[in-house]
Design a protein around this ligand. Structure first.
Ligand code: AMP
Ligand code: ZN
Length: 122
C-alpha cells in the first residue's frame, strides 16, 4: 500500500528500531512508547485491521501471540511464575477501527511491559 507508514517500515524506506523479523512479520520499537517496553508486531502483508483478516491469516495471528512472551522476555517485559508467585508481565493489544483507537491502518499488535508507576516497583 503506497501510503501506509508500516508498509514503508516493512520495505525499509522509513527507518525503525527493529528487534525481530522473519518471513511473516517484523517487530520494532514504538516511536511514542506508552510503557517502558513498547514494541509493535507488524505483519509484512498489508492487512488494514484485525477485522480485515481472514482464514488465511490464522497461523500468522497465532504466531504473533506465540512469540510475544519471548520478545517480552528479551526486552524487559518478561513474565515469571516463581516460587514466590508471579512477577513481571506484559500487555498485548490490537486496536481496531476508530472506536478501538486505531491510528495506523496496517494491522499491528502492541506489546507493552516493564515496571509500571502503579505497580509499586521502581
Ligand atoms: P494504533 O493507535 O493502535 O494504530 O497504534 C499506532 C502506533 O504506531 C502508535 O503507538 C504510534 O506511536 C506508532 N507509530 C506511528 N508511527 C510510527 C513509526 N514511524 N515508528 C514506530 N512507531 C510508530
Ligand atoms: Zn501497510
Amino acid at each position: 500500500m503506497d501510503n501506509c507508514i508500516f508498509c514503508k517500515i516493512v520495505a525499509g524506506t522509513i527507518p525503525s528500531k527493529k528487534v525481530f523479523e522473519d518471513e511473516d512479520l517484523i517487530v520494532f520499537h514504538d516511536i511514542n512508547p506508552a510503557a517502558p517496553m513498547h514494541l509493535l508486531m507488524v505483519p509484512r502483508e498489508h492487512i488494514a485491521t484485525l477485522a480485515d483478516s481472514d482464514d488465511r491469516h490464522q497461523a500468522l495471528l497465532g504466531k504473533m501471540l506465540r512469540i510475544a512472551p519471548k520478545l517480552a522476555q528479551e526486552h524487559g517485559g518478561g513474565y515469571q511464575n516463581g516460587a514466590d508467585g508471579p512477577t513481571g508481565g506484559f500487555k498485548t493489544l490490537i486496536n481496531t477501527g476508530p472506536d478501538g483507537g486505531q491510528e495506523v491502518y496496517h494491522l499491528h499488535l502492541h506489546l507493552m511491559g516493564g515496571p509500571r508507576p502503579w505497580s509499586g516497583q521502581r
